[in-house]
Design a protein around this ligand. Structure first.
Ligand code: NAI
Length: 348
């Protein structure tokens, strides 16, 4: 069922096939230097097998960075299933994926990602214990989104302190792009902190609800990045910081939950040149994996453990921004370097 592929950038990569259930996918362990490789299971339609492989390789590498930046004793891994979650997902297929994960003996831990739900994780758990992101059970972590939003807000305070000399968000104007699981919680936290909100989503009902609940100004989704605001918080999709949008951004700082906000590495330099402070996404949005890690690591005092690590996100962001300012490079480059140093230190 598992065929090992030889890919030099990663410790272990497998193709997963199960004719009986129609399962096709990949599992990639980028690094286990800091601990078992952890990262979610994604199910989606891909144009080709190569595209699915490329996705799992990129995502698992990204998880090594995210887990290290969150200070967790976890490496980076990811799994993908090729198929339409609405049409092709069956309990038997999920259990087959669970059996594949189980054969890795705990070197890879899976959790929810795109196309997956806590109920799917429960199905997978019938075939393996190496699964988190469930909503039932002693250490179940449930929806990570509120914790992700708390981490983003903590990171934002680090950025505010650097830019304006105070981490108080009272009166700051934040433009929030995307009002889904994380975006809504972020709006709630910012509203409680006294921030002024402008919000956008492609889903008009979400915009209306959020505007009503938090007295937010509504903005069209294609212009939210360009409004006059102190902070832009991308909480929808990746690639929103690119050659077209960056010249239009008027916020002084960017800090949000979306993964892979920069379309290309050059976009970090574009932001630097424009004097816009970009807070690395994978550091700011580490709250979600911290929440999942509490389940993987069987933490009993979850609330205190999570809070401590969210504070550490703030401290790490402070450190990244201080180092970046000292050498006038993008905070993104500094964050990558810090992770690479941590991984190398373990290798030695
Ligand atoms: P979600 O799917 O609940 O919400 C995304 C929202 O963005 C939806 O309301 C959608 O209508 C909206 N949207 C889509 N395209 C848009 C556009 N072009 N302009 C404005 N709004 C648009 O997703 P969730 O869970 O809130 O995650 C948001 C982002 O944060 C994603 O990039 C996700 O990968 C990332 N993330 C989420 C974590 C979590 O704990 N849920 C953890 C770490 C990262």
């Amino acid at each position: 069922m598992l065929t090992r592929l030889s890919i030099s950038s990663h410790e272990e990569v497998y193709r997963v096939d199960d004719a009986e259930t129609g399962l096709r996918g990949f599992i990639a362990l980028h690094s286990t230097r800091l601990g078992p490789a952890a990262g979610g299971l994604r199910m989606r339609v891909y144009d080709s097998g190569d595209a699915a492989l490329e996705d799992v390789l990129n995502l698992s590498r990204g998880m090594s960075y995210k887990n290290a930046a969150a200070g967790l004793p976890l490496g980076g891994g990811k799994a993908v299933i090729v198929g339409d979650p609405a049409a092709d997902k069956t309990p038997a297929l999920l259990r087959a994926m669970g059996r594949a994960i189980d054969t890795l003996g705990g070197r890879y831990w899976t959790a929810e990602d795109m196309g997956m739900s806590p109920a799917d994780m429960a199905e997978i758990a019938r075939a393996t214990r190496y699964v988190a992101g469930r909503d039932q059970g002693r250490h179940a972590s449930g929806d990570p989104s509120p914790v992700t939003a708390r981490g983003v807000a903590a990171a934002m305070r680090a950025g505010a302190a650097r830019l304006w000399g105070s981490d108080d968000l009272n009166g700051r104007h934040v433009a929030v792009q995307g009002l889904g699981h994380v975006g809504w919680h972020l709006c709630r936290i910012l509203h409680e902190a006294g921030a002024r909100l402008s919000v956008a989503d492609t889903d008009a009902a979400r915009v209306a609800t959020t505007a009503r609940e938090f007295g937010a100004q509504t903005v069209a989704p294609d212009t939210i990045h360009a409004i006059e605001a102190d902070i832009l918080a991308p909480c929808a999709i990746g690639g929103v910081l690119n050659a077209e949008t960056i010249p239009e951004i008027r916020a002084r700082m960017i800090c949000g939950a979306a993964n892979n906000q920069l379309a290309t590495p050059q976009d970090a330099d574009r932001l630097l040149t424009r004097g816009i402070l970009y807070l690395p996404d994978y550091v700011a949005n580490g709250g979600g994996i911290i929440n999942v890690a509490a389940e993987i690591l069987h933490i009993d005092d979850r609330a205190a453990w999570v809070s401590e690590r969210l504070e550490a996100i703030r401290a790490r962001m402070d450190d990244i921004l201080t180092r970046a300012a000292g050498v006038a490079v993008s905070p993104n480059v500094i964050a990558d370097r810090m992770v690479e140093e941590a991984l190398l230190a373990r290798a030695g």
